[in-house]
Write a protein that binds this ligand. Structure first.
Ligand SMILES: [Zn+2]
Length: 348
Protein backbone atom coordinates (compact mmCIF):
# COMPACT_ATOMS: atom_id res chain seq x y z
CA UNK A 1 0.00 0.00 0.00
CA UNK A 2 3.01 2.27 0.00
CA UNK A 3 2.53 3.87 -3.37
CA UNK A 4 4.13 7.24 -3.49
CA UNK A 5 3.08 9.84 -5.93
CA UNK A 6 4.34 13.29 -6.48
CA UNK A 7 2.17 16.03 -7.88
CA UNK A 8 4.07 18.70 -9.69
CA UNK A 9 2.42 21.35 -11.83
CA UNK A 10 -0.79 19.41 -11.86
CA UNK A 11 0.88 16.24 -13.08
CA UNK A 12 0.64 13.11 -11.02
CA UNK A 13 3.98 11.37 -11.18
CA UNK A 14 4.28 7.74 -10.38
CA UNK A 15 7.63 6.04 -10.40
CA UNK A 16 7.93 2.94 -12.44
CA UNK A 17 10.64 0.56 -11.34
CA UNK A 18 9.33 -2.38 -13.14
CA UNK A 19 6.64 -2.90 -15.69
CA UNK A 20 5.09 -6.10 -14.48
CA UNK A 21 2.71 -6.88 -17.28
CA UNK A 22 4.29 -5.40 -20.33
CA UNK A 23 2.32 -5.23 -23.57
CA UNK A 24 4.52 -5.04 -26.67
CA UNK A 25 5.96 -1.65 -25.98
CA UNK A 26 9.49 -0.92 -24.97
CA UNK A 27 8.71 2.40 -23.38
CA UNK A 28 10.05 3.70 -20.16
CA UNK A 29 6.77 4.76 -18.71
CA UNK A 30 6.88 6.83 -15.60
CA UNK A 31 4.41 9.64 -15.45
CA UNK A 32 0.72 9.97 -15.76
CA UNK A 33 -0.88 13.29 -16.37
CA UNK A 34 -4.52 13.72 -15.57
CA UNK A 35 -5.90 15.72 -18.46
CA UNK A 36 -8.80 17.11 -16.48
CA UNK A 37 -6.66 18.77 -13.82
CA UNK A 38 -4.17 20.51 -16.08
CA UNK A 39 -5.14 23.92 -14.87
CA UNK A 40 -5.06 22.99 -11.22
CA UNK A 41 -1.60 23.75 -9.94
CA UNK A 42 -0.89 21.67 -6.91
CA UNK A 43 2.14 21.50 -4.72
CA UNK A 44 2.86 18.22 -3.00
CA UNK A 45 0.96 18.54 0.23
CA UNK A 46 -1.51 21.19 -0.80
CA UNK A 47 -4.74 19.65 -1.99
CA UNK A 48 -7.93 21.28 -3.09
CA UNK A 49 -11.10 19.91 -1.60
CA UNK A 50 -12.24 18.91 -5.06
CA UNK A 51 -9.04 16.98 -5.76
CA UNK A 52 -9.23 15.30 -2.36
CA UNK A 53 -12.82 14.32 -3.04
CA UNK A 54 -11.82 12.79 -6.37
CA UNK A 55 -8.83 10.95 -4.94
CA UNK A 56 -11.01 9.45 -2.25
CA UNK A 57 -13.51 8.05 -4.71
CA UNK A 58 -16.19 10.76 -4.42
CA UNK A 59 -16.82 9.97 -0.77
CA UNK A 60 -18.28 12.40 1.74
CA UNK A 61 -16.40 15.68 2.07
CA UNK A 62 -16.86 15.85 5.83
CA UNK A 63 -15.36 12.41 6.32
CA UNK A 64 -12.35 13.30 4.16
CA UNK A 65 -11.88 16.56 6.06
CA UNK A 66 -12.00 14.74 9.39
CA UNK A 67 -9.54 12.11 8.22
CA UNK A 68 -7.08 14.84 7.30
CA UNK A 69 -7.80 17.01 10.34
CA UNK A 70 -7.26 14.16 12.77
CA UNK A 71 -3.85 13.38 11.26
CA UNK A 72 -4.55 9.89 10.07
CA UNK A 73 -2.19 10.29 7.12
CA UNK A 74 1.56 10.46 6.94
CA UNK A 75 1.67 13.82 5.25
CA UNK A 76 0.30 16.97 6.72
CA UNK A 77 -2.21 17.88 4.08
CA UNK A 78 -3.13 21.47 3.49
CA UNK A 79 -6.72 21.30 2.37
CA UNK A 80 -7.64 24.26 0.22
CA UNK A 81 -11.35 24.97 0.28
CA UNK A 82 -13.02 26.77 -2.54
CA UNK A 83 -14.58 30.11 -1.58
CA UNK A 84 -18.00 29.03 -2.76
CA UNK A 85 -19.85 25.96 -1.62
CA UNK A 86 -18.43 22.63 -2.68
CA UNK A 87 -20.23 21.04 -5.56
CA UNK A 88 -19.36 17.93 -7.53
CA UNK A 89 -20.96 17.30 -10.89
CA UNK A 90 -20.70 13.55 -10.56
CA UNK A 91 -22.18 13.35 -7.10
CA UNK A 92 -24.96 15.74 -8.03
CA UNK A 93 -26.27 13.01 -10.30
CA UNK A 94 -26.43 10.32 -7.67
CA UNK A 95 -26.86 12.36 -4.53
CA UNK A 96 -30.50 11.46 -4.04
CA UNK A 97 -29.77 7.84 -3.31
CA UNK A 98 -26.36 8.38 -1.85
CA UNK A 99 -25.04 8.22 1.69
CA UNK A 100 -28.47 8.04 3.27
CA UNK A 101 -27.72 4.68 4.76
CA UNK A 102 -25.15 6.23 7.03
CA UNK A 103 -27.52 8.28 9.10
CA UNK A 104 -28.65 6.49 12.19
CA UNK A 105 -27.81 3.08 10.83
CA UNK A 106 -24.56 2.55 12.67
CA UNK A 107 -24.76 0.04 15.46
CA UNK A 108 -22.99 0.44 18.75
CA UNK A 109 -19.25 0.09 18.47
CA UNK A 110 -18.37 -3.50 19.22
CA UNK A 111 -15.72 -2.94 21.86
CA UNK A 112 -16.12 -6.43 23.25
CA UNK A 113 -14.25 -7.84 20.27
CA UNK A 114 -10.59 -7.35 19.59
CA UNK A 115 -9.66 -6.11 16.10
CA UNK A 116 -9.97 -8.76 13.40
CA UNK A 117 -11.59 -11.39 15.62
CA UNK A 118 -15.28 -11.04 14.76
CA UNK A 119 -16.51 -10.66 11.19
CA UNK A 120 -19.68 -10.59 9.18
CA UNK A 121 -19.87 -11.72 5.57
CA UNK A 122 -22.29 -11.59 2.67
CA UNK A 123 -22.55 -11.90 -1.11
CA UNK A 124 -23.85 -9.42 -3.65
CA UNK A 125 -24.75 -9.98 -7.27
CA UNK A 126 -25.07 -10.31 -10.10
CA UNK A 127 -24.55 -6.62 -10.78
CA UNK A 128 -27.21 -5.33 -13.17
CA UNK A 129 -26.55 -5.05 -16.92
CA UNK A 130 -23.60 -7.39 -16.74
CA UNK A 131 -23.03 -10.71 -18.42
CA UNK A 132 -21.11 -13.82 -17.53
CA UNK A 133 -17.72 -12.57 -18.75
CA UNK A 134 -17.76 -9.90 -16.06
CA UNK A 135 -16.82 -10.52 -12.46
CA UNK A 136 -20.26 -9.52 -11.29
CA UNK A 137 -20.51 -11.08 -7.84
CA UNK A 138 -18.96 -9.51 -4.81
CA UNK A 139 -18.03 -11.29 -1.61
CA UNK A 140 -17.59 -9.07 1.40
CA UNK A 141 -16.20 -9.51 4.90
CA UNK A 142 -16.36 -6.70 7.47
CA UNK A 143 -14.53 -6.67 10.79
CA UNK A 144 -17.07 -5.84 13.51
CA UNK A 145 -14.47 -4.05 15.58
CA UNK A 146 -12.50 -1.87 13.18
CA UNK A 147 -14.91 -1.91 10.22
CA UNK A 148 -12.05 -3.02 8.00
CA UNK A 149 -13.64 -4.33 4.84
CA UNK A 150 -12.45 -7.04 2.45
CA UNK A 151 -14.10 -7.34 -0.94
CA UNK A 152 -13.45 -9.68 -3.82
CA UNK A 153 -15.21 -10.02 -7.16
CA UNK A 154 -16.07 -13.30 -8.83
CA UNK A 155 -17.63 -14.73 -11.97
CA UNK A 156 -19.95 -16.92 -9.89
CA UNK A 157 -20.95 -17.45 -6.28
CA UNK A 158 -20.47 -21.21 -6.11
CA UNK A 159 -19.77 -22.68 -2.72
CA UNK A 160 -16.23 -23.62 -3.87
CA UNK A 161 -15.49 -20.11 -5.10
CA UNK A 162 -16.69 -18.55 -1.87
CA UNK A 163 -14.91 -21.04 0.37
CA UNK A 164 -11.63 -20.47 -1.46
CA UNK A 165 -12.02 -16.73 -0.93
CA UNK A 166 -12.90 -17.12 2.74
CA UNK A 167 -9.73 -19.17 3.26
CA UNK A 168 -7.70 -16.55 1.42
CA UNK A 169 -9.15 -13.72 3.48
CA UNK A 170 -8.60 -15.45 6.81
CA UNK A 171 -5.03 -16.27 5.86
CA UNK A 172 -4.49 -12.65 4.88
CA UNK A 173 -5.86 -11.36 8.18
CA UNK A 174 -3.63 -13.75 10.12
CA UNK A 175 -0.49 -13.05 8.15
CA UNK A 176 -0.75 -9.36 7.28
CA UNK A 177 -2.47 -8.05 10.40
CA UNK A 178 -1.41 -10.70 12.90
CA UNK A 179 -4.99 -11.16 14.09
CA UNK A 180 -6.99 -14.27 14.92
CA UNK A 181 -10.40 -14.77 13.35
CA UNK A 182 -12.67 -16.29 16.00
CA UNK A 183 -16.20 -15.87 14.74
CA UNK A 184 -18.00 -15.07 11.53
CA UNK A 185 -21.61 -14.04 11.03
CA UNK A 186 -23.53 -14.82 7.87
CA UNK A 187 -27.03 -15.49 6.63
CA UNK A 188 -28.12 -19.02 5.79
CA UNK A 189 -27.41 -18.82 2.07
CA UNK A 190 -26.38 -22.12 0.46
CA UNK A 191 -22.90 -20.73 -0.16
CA UNK A 192 -22.45 -20.55 3.61
CA UNK A 193 -24.26 -23.63 4.84
CA UNK A 194 -22.40 -26.46 3.12
CA UNK A 195 -20.27 -29.22 4.61
CA UNK A 196 -16.94 -27.99 3.25
CA UNK A 197 -17.33 -24.62 4.95
CA UNK A 198 -18.45 -26.25 8.18
CA UNK A 199 -15.41 -28.55 8.07
CA UNK A 200 -13.03 -25.69 7.43
CA UNK A 201 -14.42 -23.59 10.26
CA UNK A 202 -14.20 -26.50 12.66
CA UNK A 203 -10.59 -27.11 11.67
CA UNK A 204 -9.79 -23.44 12.34
CA UNK A 205 -11.82 -23.32 15.52
CA UNK A 206 -13.93 -20.53 14.08
CA UNK A 207 -17.45 -20.12 15.40
CA UNK A 208 -19.86 -19.69 12.50
CA UNK A 209 -22.95 -17.81 13.60
CA UNK A 210 -25.99 -17.83 11.34
CA UNK A 211 -28.42 -14.98 11.49
CA UNK A 212 -31.99 -16.17 11.41
CA UNK A 213 -34.82 -14.40 9.69
CA UNK A 214 -35.96 -13.17 13.13
CA UNK A 215 -32.51 -11.84 13.86
CA UNK A 216 -31.97 -9.98 10.64
CA UNK A 217 -29.96 -7.16 12.20
CA UNK A 218 -27.10 -9.51 13.02
CA UNK A 219 -25.96 -9.50 9.44
CA UNK A 220 -27.09 -5.95 8.81
CA UNK A 221 -23.57 -4.59 8.86
CA UNK A 222 -22.41 -6.75 5.96
CA UNK A 223 -25.47 -5.75 3.96
CA UNK A 224 -24.90 -2.10 4.71
CA UNK A 225 -21.28 -2.28 3.62
CA UNK A 226 -22.36 -3.99 0.42
CA UNK A 227 -24.62 -1.03 -0.32
CA UNK A 228 -21.82 1.40 0.46
CA UNK A 229 -19.23 -0.28 -1.77
CA UNK A 230 -21.72 -0.93 -4.59
CA UNK A 231 -22.89 2.70 -4.50
CA UNK A 232 -19.30 3.93 -4.46
CA UNK A 233 -18.35 1.69 -7.37
CA UNK A 234 -21.40 2.73 -9.38
CA UNK A 235 -20.51 6.39 -8.87
CA UNK A 236 -16.94 5.77 -9.97
CA UNK A 237 -18.04 4.01 -13.15
CA UNK A 238 -20.64 6.66 -13.92
CA UNK A 239 -18.09 9.40 -13.40
CA UNK A 240 -15.49 7.79 -15.63
CA UNK A 241 -17.81 6.44 -18.33
CA UNK A 242 -16.16 3.06 -18.01
CA UNK A 243 -18.07 -0.02 -18.99
CA UNK A 244 -19.48 -2.45 -16.45
CA UNK A 245 -16.53 -4.70 -17.26
CA UNK A 246 -14.47 -2.41 -15.02
CA UNK A 247 -16.77 -2.96 -12.07
CA UNK A 248 -14.23 -5.18 -10.30
CA UNK A 249 -11.63 -2.39 -10.36
CA UNK A 250 -14.16 0.16 -9.13
CA UNK A 251 -15.01 -2.18 -6.25
CA UNK A 252 -11.33 -2.57 -5.32
CA UNK A 253 -10.80 1.17 -5.52
CA UNK A 254 -13.85 1.95 -3.39
CA UNK A 255 -12.80 -0.61 -0.78
CA UNK A 256 -9.27 0.78 -0.57
CA UNK A 257 -10.66 4.25 0.00
CA UNK A 258 -13.17 3.19 2.65
CA UNK A 259 -10.45 1.40 4.59
CA UNK A 260 -8.39 4.56 4.63
CA UNK A 261 -11.07 7.03 5.66
CA UNK A 262 -11.91 7.80 9.28
CA UNK A 263 -14.79 5.65 10.43
CA UNK A 264 -17.50 7.67 12.12
CA UNK A 265 -18.07 5.16 14.89
CA UNK A 266 -14.51 4.26 15.79
CA UNK A 267 -12.80 7.52 14.85
CA UNK A 268 -9.99 5.52 13.27
CA UNK A 269 -8.87 4.42 9.84
CA UNK A 270 -9.98 0.79 9.54
CA UNK A 271 -6.67 -0.25 7.94
CA UNK A 272 -4.62 1.25 10.78
CA UNK A 273 -6.95 -0.11 13.43
CA UNK A 274 -6.87 -3.70 12.26
CA UNK A 275 -3.10 -3.85 11.78
CA UNK A 276 -1.27 -4.97 14.88
CA UNK A 277 1.85 -3.30 13.52
CA UNK A 278 1.97 0.45 12.79
CA UNK A 279 0.88 1.24 9.23
CA UNK A 280 1.61 4.35 7.27
CA UNK A 281 -1.16 5.61 5.05
CA UNK A 282 -0.31 8.32 2.56
CA UNK A 283 -3.16 10.43 1.33
CA UNK A 284 -1.32 11.23 -1.88
CA UNK A 285 -0.97 7.57 -2.68
CA UNK A 286 -4.58 7.57 -3.79
CA UNK A 287 -5.10 8.36 -7.44
CA UNK A 288 -8.51 9.39 -8.73
CA UNK A 289 -10.28 6.40 -10.28
CA UNK A 290 -11.21 6.79 -13.93
CA UNK A 291 -9.11 9.89 -14.40
CA UNK A 292 -8.07 10.31 -18.00
CA UNK A 293 -4.36 10.58 -18.24
CA UNK A 294 -1.33 10.33 -20.44
CA UNK A 295 1.52 7.95 -19.85
CA UNK A 296 4.64 9.56 -21.19
CA UNK A 297 7.48 7.90 -22.96
CA UNK A 298 10.50 9.46 -21.39
CA UNK A 299 12.98 7.97 -23.79
CA UNK A 300 11.49 10.25 -26.35
CA UNK A 301 12.51 13.73 -27.33
CA UNK A 302 11.48 15.92 -24.44
CA UNK A 303 10.27 18.75 -26.64
CA UNK A 304 7.86 16.48 -28.39
CA UNK A 305 6.82 13.98 -25.82
CA UNK A 306 4.91 10.99 -27.04
CA UNK A 307 2.54 9.19 -24.83
CA UNK A 308 -0.54 7.10 -24.78
CA UNK A 309 -3.80 7.52 -23.01
CA UNK A 310 -4.32 5.71 -19.77
CA UNK A 311 -7.05 5.54 -17.20
CA UNK A 312 -6.35 5.29 -13.50
CA UNK A 313 -7.95 2.21 -11.95
CA UNK A 314 -6.92 0.98 -8.52
CA UNK A 315 -4.07 -0.12 -6.32
CA UNK A 316 -2.76 -3.56 -7.03
CA UNK A 317 -2.53 -5.54 -3.82
CA UNK A 318 -0.07 -8.02 -5.29
CA UNK A 319 2.58 -5.64 -6.55
CA UNK A 320 2.36 -2.44 -4.49
CA UNK A 321 1.63 -0.87 -7.82
CA UNK A 322 -1.27 0.89 -9.44
CA UNK A 323 -3.40 -0.49 -12.22
CA UNK A 324 -4.06 1.53 -15.34
CA UNK A 325 -6.21 0.78 -18.32
CA UNK A 326 -4.60 1.62 -21.64
CA UNK A 327 -7.40 1.78 -24.25
CA UNK A 328 -5.11 2.11 -27.28
CA UNK A 329 -3.57 -1.29 -26.75
CA UNK A 330 -6.85 -2.95 -26.05
CA UNK A 331 -6.87 -5.82 -28.50
CA UNK A 332 -9.15 -8.39 -27.01
CA UNK A 333 -12.48 -7.96 -25.36
CA UNK A 334 -10.66 -8.04 -22.04
CA UNK A 335 -9.01 -4.85 -20.87
CA UNK A 336 -5.24 -4.93 -20.83
CA UNK A 337 -4.05 -3.87 -17.47
CA UNK A 338 -0.66 -2.33 -17.16
CA UNK A 339 0.85 -2.43 -13.74
CA UNK A 340 3.51 -0.19 -12.39
CA UNK A 341 5.71 -0.47 -9.40
CA UNK A 342 5.44 2.88 -7.75
CA UNK A 343 7.73 2.57 -4.80
CA UNK A 344 9.89 5.59 -5.37
CA UNK A 345 9.36 9.21 -6.04
CA UNK A 346 10.08 10.45 -9.49
CA UNK A 347 12.22 13.52 -9.76
CA UNK A 348 12.49 15.73 -12.79
ZN1 LIG B 1 -18.03 13.66 -6.37
Amino acid sequence: MNIKTHVKDGIIHVKKDDLIDHPTYDFKVNAIQPTSSKKVRLKTKVVSLKDAHKRMGHTGVQQIENSIKHNHYEESIDLIKEPNEFWCETCKVSKATRRNHYTGSMNEYSIDNEPGSSWCMDIFGPVSNSNSDTKRYMFIMVDNNTRYCMTSTHFNKNAETILAQIKKNIQYVETQFDRKVRKINSDQGTEFTNDQIAKYFVSKGIHHIFSTTQDHAANGRAERYIRTIVTDATTLLKHSNLRIKFWEYAVTSATNVRNCLENKTTGQLPLKAISSQPVKVRFMSFLPFGEQGIIWNHNHNKLKPSGFNAIVLCKDANSYGYKFFVPSIKKLSLPIITQFQTTQWIQY
